[in-house]
Design a protein around this ligand. Structure first.
Ligand SMILES: *Cc1c(COP(=O)(O)O)cnc(C)c1O
Length: 422
């Protein structure tokens, strides 16, 4: 890398805190500085010095068809030529809402927002509005966006007790979130006993994929469903990352477990800013203008973003899910074979956990909760990351982020991956 990108990053740090608009882009702890990208196509992304990288970050998930998919690009052009915001009803958002509700059997209504964070914020408010209760159970290692009440870590006191993991979150807000370890069945039971008729909802990533990939035993998800049924709390599946990725209907479809509220983001906008909260008509009609739970958005259901989402999701047929899963298995095999032979096995500690088109490079199998994640993960990952970057293979710049495969990662791309690994 020449000094050009370093200069851009220096300049960025002058005008933007830490030089980035989202912390995970900052290359924190790495020796190199963030790449500045100028264009992308298919499975590839190009930096401002024309270096071409095979991309496994894919904008952190939304681009399941790859960069600049021609069908999405055409739909965006058509939408653009009509106008890009009315602050009023328009047909694209109706079309996307109808398409989703008709295809996904466990939802009856949805509302579009602008991000996954907003979707979660709305879901929590609805859950509190529906139940008239304040407390929410969240699991350590699940990410639900930067909502105040979700920026929480375990406190030092009683099980379930939480404190803010970010400055600026009032203790009063943190106090209404109960935090538990994934898989802690007894802890969940105890929380309900200790706080009778106070818990509005349990929120979980049914496939936790924001702190590594921690695949949950289905029994645990089933237990949460039955616990909610017994206590009239609502079960929120935050499927911002898993929705439309592991299957069209996300983990709810794969497990057959029906959440009361679903949150979506990432793929739902095909790379444009969209989130959604979805549930039964009964639950959703608690929202204004019908109900008393307030929620709004100047740019919500922006027609350009709706067109991008619709064009992306229409492509996600069963056949394409099968294809993307097959490609992921081939890719993870190439990567793990390389890690076991490179430089006399320098990276042979690493294995790859994958689920559908998500993968995580980690020195351990079957990680299901935070305490099982090896401590030296970051050191070894950072070395691996720099070598890959040099070879023109772009991973998300953090050991705790997963890799994403898109439909543009075809066999030709896999051949290129082998060539790049050398
Ligand atoms: C990405 C993500 C979010 C936050 O979405 P943003 O669009 O970044 O606000 C929330 N929950 C989960 C599970 C996510 O993966």
């Amino acid at each position: 890398m020449s000094d050009r990108q370093k200069d851009l990053f220096l300049k960025s740090k002058k005008y933007i805190p830490g030089g980035v608009h989202s912390p995970v882009r900052s290359f924190k702890g790495l020796t190199s500085t963030p790449r500045f990208f100028k264009k992308a196509e298919g499975a590839y992304i190009y930096d401002v010095e024309d270096k071409k990288y095979l991309d496994f970050c894919m904008s952190f998930g939304p681009l399941i068809l790859g960069h600049r998919n021609p069908k999405v690009e055409k739909a965006l052009h058509e939408a653009l030529e009509r106008g890009w915001s009315y602050g009023a009803c328009e047909p694209y958002s109706l079309k996307l809402a109808e398409f989703l509700v008709e295809k996904i059997p466990y939802v009856e209504q949805l509302r579009f927002v602008n991000s996954g964070t907003e979707a979660v914020m709305t879901a929590l408010r609805i859950a509190r509005g529906v139940t008239g209760r304040n407390k929410v159970i969240k699991f350590n290692g699940c990410y639900h966006g930067h909502v105040d009440s979700m920026l929480i870590k375990a406190g030092s006191g009683l099980a379930g007790e939480a404190e803010a993991s970010s400055a600026g979150v009032p203790q009063g807000v943190a106090a209404d979130t109960l935090i538990l370890e994934l898989g802690d069945i007894e802890g969940v039971k105890k929380c309900f006993q200790d706080h009778p008729n106070q818990i509005a909802a349990i929120i979980i990533e049914p496939l936790p994929a924001n702190n590594g990939l921690m695949i949950q035993p289905i029994e645990f998800l089933k237990f949460l469903r039955s616990m909610c049924d017994q206590t009239c709390a609502l079960l929120i599946f935050d499927e911002v990352i898993s929705g439309f990725r592991v299957a069209f209907g996300g983990m709810a479809e794969i497990t057959g477990i029906r959440p009361d509220i679903s949150t979506w983001g990432k793929i739902i906008g095909g790379g444009l800013p969209v989130g959604a909260v979805a549930a039964s008509k009964f639950i959703m009609e608690h929202l204004a203008p019908i109900g008393k739970v307030y929620q709004a958005g100047t740019l919500s259901a922006n027609p350009l973003a709706m067109a991008g989402g619709l064009a992306t999701l229409t492509e996600m047929t069963d056949e394409n899910y099968k294809k993307i899963n097959e490609q992921t298995l081939k890719i993870t095999k190439v990567l793990s074979d390389w890690m076991h032979t490179y430089n006399n096995g320098e990276f042979s500690m690493f294995k790859i956990t994958s689920f559908s088109s998500l993968f995580w490079i980690v020195p351990k199998d079957n990680v299901t909760k935070i305490s099982e994640i090896p401590e030296n993960l970051t050191v070894n990952f950072n070395k691996l990351f720099e070598i890959f970057l040099e070879k023109g293979i772009y991973l998300a710049p953090n050991a705790y982020e997963v890799g994403f495969v898109s439909l543009a990662h075809d066999d030709q791309v896999i051949e290129d991956l082998k060539r790049r690994l050398g």
